[in-house]
Design a protein around this ligand. Structure first.
Ligand SMILES: C[S@@+](CC[C@H](N)C(=O)[O-])C[C@H]1O[C@@H](n2cnc3c(N)ncnc32)[C@H](O)[C@@H]1O
Length: 232
């Protein structure tokens, strides 16, 4: 009897863990790579408290590495428009402020509110778009995105086609895709992460280059990303 009770308790505990809404969502996304469910998950993550924390993290020393890394990809021509997809709380606005117009796109209204305040302080000409990739209607010169693909949004052919379609004829895109195979340094496995060769396969037929980069992480170790530069 004692063992049966233990078994029931153990099974109940396991099922409760599996069927916890966030875990269930994680399991379904890992099987389906669903864009819709990934977006729902991201929306749930970025509530008011997470947004406040993200804004605090934006000023951490470790992100100086990221900022100086991405700065070198940004053209110096001031007469361009830039769109930051999944802009969060505006970590990269200081780098982007030279451009004539910035589109800040994010699914989280809390993140967008903080990013807008930062943009106002920097006297940037900007517009916010609360939505996902399909909400982008304007043509832009630079598509910029850090920390979204392979993490909170699936990276596949449709994703690349959409990015490509919003670029002006001489436009370019700079974005990260979370990768899974960098020298065993991973500290956190992302459900949508891909290896570099799968990322290159998806990009086949486009004018692109990739670089696998190990970024310092807030989680204490290095995290690997593939940085993609895509030219029209
Ligand atoms: C890890 S944060 C990165 C924020 C910022 N790019 C940075 O590097 O500091 C991911 C951001 O992507 C946004 N996001 C996730 N899925 C999205 C989607 N489908 N459409 C728009 N934004 C999304 C989240 O709300 C969050 O602000």
């Amino acid at each position: 009897m004692k063992y049966i009770k233990k078994l029931i308790g153990f099974t109940y505990y396991k099922l409760k863990k599996i069927f916890k809404p966030s875990n269930l969502l994680y399991i379904i996304i890992s099987k389906t790579k669903s864009k819709f469910l990934s977006t729902i998950r991201a929306k749930k993550i970025y509530g008011i408290e997470t947004a406040k924390q993200l804004a605090i993290d934006d000023n951490l020393e470790i992100y100086e590495f990221h900022k100086s890394y991405f700065e070198k990809f940004l053209p110096s021509n001031k007469n361009l428009t830039l769109l930051d997809f999944g802009c969060g709380t505006g970590r990269y606005l200081e780098l982007q402020k030279l451009y004539k117009k910035i589109y800040l796109v994010d699914i989280s209204k809390y993140n967008l509110k903080i990013a807008s305040e930062v943009a106002d302080k920097l006297e940037i000409n900007f517009e916010t778009i609360k939505g996902s990739l399909n909400s982008i209607k304007s043509k832009i010169d630079i598509f910029f995105c850090v920390g979204v693909f392979g993490q909170q949004y699936p990276f596949n052919k449709n994703t690349v086609n959409k990015i490509y379609s919003v670029l002006q004829p001489t436009g370019k895109a700079i974005f990260t895709v979370k990768s899974i195979d960098y020298k065993n340094q991973e500290v956190y496995k992302e459900v949508l992460a891909l290896d570099e060769s799968s990322i290159q396969n998806i990009l086949k037929g486009f004018n692109f280059s990739t670089e696998q980069v190990s970024f310092p992480s807030i989680r204490g170790e290095k995290e690997s990303f593939v940085v993609v530069e895509l030219n029209k």
